[in-house]
Design a protein around this ligand. Structure first.
Ligand code: GLU
Length: 486
């Protein structure tokens, strides 16, 4: 027996960047496809020509690829069921509209905006739910023909059967029942000939053989209309899974107010895509063992719609920072540096060319600075002590160098003992020896050395800092600041 392979899709409207919610829908679809050997399709829903743009489409595709959510079929990639941009599928929609009209399932409606507004007002005044009265439903076909020939503007409406219940067996929400009476005959093709979202989405999912639709809960109210269209076409609908909203920590709908909402902003701020993917997967889903740090492979193996929660997910920036910090510390410094490049550039720091001694030194610095960093922005701040070769001393650090004679004595002892290429152990031994020979306390030795080396009171431990700098640079830094002491 052969079972149909899973065919899922992500269908963004290119009206802005890829947001966290969209990225999560894309990820859930992608995981389902990857774990089952199914197909992940990306289709661009650009029927809203006023708000759609090619640059948004490019941004969305770039963000998906950055997250590693590659698609098997779709825009740019091609496939059997293209084209994959709605604006290029007008012939297909027209063909289906022709069929629906011929079968008497849809009809031209000539009601003007004014007439519809009047109707709406009357219904509201009578305490009824406003819906189209069906005024043009039974126009004789010769009259319709005459009006069309005369160029009278019209929309196309679908006939919604009355007194019917539509049931969606939603994989996340369970059974959801809708009453057809609340819907009425709704527009499927606008007067400019453009299909409305609910119509295009059905034709696309049908002709692209999508058998499971996983999308945000905000689309649940659209589902009954889509079911009306499937029924009119005599086609079985796909399965549905509507994933809950994402809320901010204050439990209101996630918005810019809660921080960055676009995936690109996280790239700019130096998050690792694998950390963001891990975080997105946990927005509504959790693995059986309650684990939190999951590799892409583990996500593919463990993800299931059955464990996606019905209640809203809360976007917890601190958790993302924690997760990214975990990834920073378990990932090759070269990847951490790559991911942090946009944040470093924003801080005015360019990367030296790969393979140079400078670059290698920076990598060693990354291995130190990533310790306390939650993301590229913090890494960039932590790397400042390595980049900064000036001789300035931060305001609150000046007093550490106040006792000039003592500072010079500590510095000379340190430089006398420091080998050419010290490792951490060598630095610890040298510091011990400086303490012993100078008769000073640890703090009186470590603090001035740190300030001489970095101009700051805070920073990495000396046994981590000095091996990265190497003896030569350590000496230059120390002498540079000693020279400025009066
Ligand atoms: N184009 C819709 C959106 O961006 C998605 C439609 C769907 O998934 O059915 O919200």
């Amino acid at each position: 027996m052969t079972t149909d392979k899973l065919r899922v899709r992500f269908a963004p409207s290119p009206t802005g960047p890829l947001h966290i919610g969209g990225a999560r829908s894309a990820l859930f679809n992608w995981l389902l496809a990857r774990q089952s050997g199914g197909q992940f399709v990306v289709r661009i829903e650009d029927t809203d020509t006023g708000r759609s743009s090619r640059s948004s489409e490019e941004d969305i595709k770039k963000a998906l690829l950055w997250l590693g959510l590659d698609w098997d079929e779709g825009v740019d990639k091609g496939g059997e069921y293209g084209p994959y941009r709605q604006s290029e599928r007008q012939d297909i929609y027209r063909r289906f509209t022709g069929q629906l009209l011929a079968a008497g399932q849809a009809y031209h409606c000539f009601c003007s905006e004014q007439e519809l507004a009047g109707e709406r007002e009357r219904q509201l005044a009578a305490g009824q739910t406003p819906r189209y009265s069906g005024h043009c439903r039974d126009l004789p076909s010769d009259e319709t023909g005459r009006r069309l020939a005369a160029g009278q503007p019209s929309v196309i409406r679908i006939k919604t059967p009355s007194g019917q219940q539509y049931r969606v067996n939603d994989a996340v929400r369970g059974e959801v029942v809708f009453d057809s009476d609340g819907i009425g005959d709704f527009v499927i093709v606008r007067s400019d000939g453009m299909p409305v979202y609910n119509y295009a989405v059905v034709i696309d999912d049908l002709t692209m053989r999508i058998n499971l639709v996983v999308r945000g809960e905000e689309h649940l109210p659209n589902t009954p209309r889509q079911l009306v269209i499937y029924q009119a076409l005599g086609a079985p609908p796909p399965g549905f899974a509507h994933v809950s909203l994402i809320l901010g920590r204050d439990r209101s709908k996630m918005s810019k107010r809660h921080g960055a909402t676009a995936v690109e902003q996280y790239r700019q701020r130096g998050y690792l895509p694998e950390a963001l993917v891990n975080f997105l997967a946990l927005l509504g889903w959790s693995p059986e063992d309650g684990g939190e740090v999951l590799s892409r492979q583990q996500l593919i193996e463990q993800f299931s719609l059955a464990r996606v929660a019905k209640n809203p997910a809360v976007f917890d920036q601190e958790k993302l920072n924690w997760l990214n910090g975990q990834y920073f510390r378990q990932t090759e410094p070269v990847r951490v540096l790559e991911a942090s490049a946009p944040a470093l550039a924003a801080a005015g720091r360019q990367l030296p060319p790969a393979g140079t001694a400078e670059y290698e030194k920076l990598l060693a610095a990354v291995a130190v600075a990533r310790e306390g960093a939650c993301c590229g922005e913090e890494l960039a701040a932590g790397l400042e002590v390595f980049y900064d070769r000036g001789t300035a001393v931060a305001g609150d650090a000046g007093e550490v160098l106040a006792d000039r004679d003592r500072v010079v004595r500590v510095a000379e002892l340190f430089l006398n003992l420091l080998p050419d290429r010290p490792d951490g152990e060598a630095v610890r031994q040298v510091l011990k020896e400086v303490v012993r020979q100078s008769g000073l306390g640890n703090r009186q030795v470590f603090m001035p050395l740190r300030v001489l080396l970095t101009g700051r009171r805070q920073g990495p431990d000396l046994d981590r800092l000095v091996p990265v700098l190497g003896r030569q640079e350590a000496e230059q830094r120390i002498r540079g600041r000693l020279d400025k002491l009066c």
